[in-house]
Design a protein around this ligand. Structure first.
Ligand SMILES: C[S@@+](CC[C@H](N)C(=O)[O-])C[C@H]1O[C@@H](n2cnc3c(N)ncnc32)[C@H](O)[C@@H]1O
Length: 93
């Protein structure tokens, strides 16, 4: 559903159907998902560029959606180290 809200391609018909049903009672769901993603990008840029953080742990990574955490961090600090963690086995696949 989150991938669908972000305009991604990695979602199933059941995801899209459930996402549309959720939108009927929470019309801002798509905006919320996109704003959540934008926050991750802003926070990573700030931490890498202003604070000097070189190692990142993404907890609850989700389905890859560009730009991902490592792309944002490494666009500022090319040798930044990133570890992703998610308890859904489909994520590493
Ligand atoms: C909304 S999605 C991904 C959001 C993504 N981090 C972003 O900022 O766009 C949330 C993810 O958290 C994962 N998750 C939920 N509970 C978790 C837990 N206890 N440990 C690890 N991952 C978890 C889910 O499997 C899902 O992939």
């Amino acid at each position: 559903m989150y991938d669908y809200y972000l305009g991604g391609k990695d979602n199933f018909p059941a995801d899209r159907e459930a996402a549309e049903r959720a939108l009927s009672v929470f019309p801002n769901a798509r905006v919320a998902a996109r704003q959540n993603r934008e926050f991750m990008i802003r926070a990573t840029r700030y931490l890498a560029g202003e604070v000097g953080i070189r190692q990142f742990l993404g907890i609850g990574t989700g389905i890859p959606t560009s730009p991902n955490l490592h792309e944002v961090a490494q666009s500022i600090v090319p040798d930044a180290r990133v570890v992703y963690a998610d308890n859904d086995p489909i994520m590493p696949a």
